[in-house]
Design a protein around this ligand. Structure first.
Ligand SMILES: [Zn+2]
Length: 251
C-alpha cells in the first residue's frame, strides 16, 4: 500500500468514532497546517469540510469578556489509563477504550482520546500558550464535549513527560500506551472552565462540539515541549471569528 494511503487508513481508523458522528468517511482528504493544504484551504477539501470556511460557530476562538454563569461542575470519572498512542500525521494522540467519562449536569460523555496542539489553539485576551491538550468526549447522542487544557512551561508534568518520551516518531505509527499515561495527571486542581458552542478544529470542522476550556493552565517542562516540537512545531488552527457567541465562565 502506498505510504500516504496507509497513513490515511490508519488515521481514519483512529478517528473513526468522531468521524462517524460527523458523518465523515474514513478516507479523509489530505490537509496540513500550512501552504496549499493549510487552514485557509480546508473549506475546499471536500463537501463535508465546506463548513471550515462558511461555518458560523468555528473553533478555536480568542476568549475575551467571558460572562460569569451558574454552570454545573464538570464531573471527571477518568479511571483508566490510555490504551494506545498514535502519531496520526497531524498530532500525537492517546486513544481510550471504555471506562472513562465526564458528566455535565445530567449528561454523560465518554472519553475517546486526547491529543496535543502547539502552540495553543485557544487564546486568552489575545495571548496564546506554548501548548494545549484536547480531551475529546462523545455523548450517546453523538454530540462532542471537548475539555481543553492550556499548557504553560514550568515544572515537568510526569504524564506529558511519559507521552513525549514514548511517542512514536513516524507518522502512521501506533504503540501500546505506557500504563503511566493517566489523563488525570494532566488536569489542574482548579476545574473552573469557559464554555462555548464550537467546532472540531481540524477538517471537517463539524459544528458539533461543546467546548469546555479550563481557566487554569497546567505546567509542563520546556524540554518536553521542545521534544514534541521536533515532531510537530506548529499544529494549531488560527482563531476564528466569535460571531457574537457568548463565552460563559463557571464559578
Ligand atoms: Zn484538538
Amino acid at each position: 500500500m502506498h505510504r500516504r494511503n496507509a497513513l490515511k487508513a490508519l488515521t481514519g481508523l483512529a478517528l473513526c468514532p468522531v468521524c462517524a458522528s460527523a458523518g465523515f468517511a474514513a478516507d479523509a482528504p489530505h490537509w496540513s497546517y500550512e501552504g496549499a493544504e493549510g487552514p485557509s484551504h480546508w473549506g475546499d477539501l471536500d463537501a463535508a469540510s465546506k463548513v471550515c470556511a462558511v461555518g458560523s460557530q468555528q473553533s478555536p476562538i480568542d476568549i475575551r469578556d467571558p460572562v460569569r454563569a451558574q454552570l454545573p461542575p464538570i464531573g471527571f470519572t477518568w479511571s483508566k489509563p490510555a490504551d494506545t498512542v498514535i502519531n496520526n500525521g497531524h498530532t500525537i494522540q492517546a486513544n481510550f477504550t471504555d471506562g472513562n467519562s465526564i458528566t455535565l449536569g445530567k449528561d454523560s460523555y465518554k472519553l475517546l482520546q486526547f491529543h496535543f496542539h502547539r502552540p495553543s489553539e485557544h487564546t486568552i485576551d489575545g495571548k496564546n500558550f506554548p501548548m494545549e491538550v484536547h480531551f475529546v468526549h462523545q455523548h450517546a447522542s453523538g454530540g462532542l464535549a471537548v475539555v481543553g487544557v492550556l499548557m504553560a512551561t514550568g515544572n515537568a508534568n510526569p504524564v506529558f513527560k511519559k507521552v513525549v518520551s514514548t511517542m512514536p516518531a513516524a507518522a502512521g505509527q501506533s504503540i501500546k500506551a505506557d500504563a503511566a499515561i493517566n489523563p488525570n495527571g494532566m488536569l489542574p486542581a482548579n476545574r473552573a472552565y469557559y464554555r462555548y458552542a464550537g467546532s472540531l478544529t481540524t477538517p471537517p470542522c463539524a459544528e458539533t462540539v461543546q467546548w469546555l476550556l479550563l481557566t487554569t493552565p497546567i505546567q509542563v517542562a520546556e524540554a518536553d515541549v521542545a521534544a514534541f516540537a521536533k515532531l510537530y512545531a506548529m499544529n494549531a488552527r488560527p482563531v476564528q471569528k466569535a460571531n457574537r457567541r457568548d463565552v460563559l465562565r463557571s464559578g
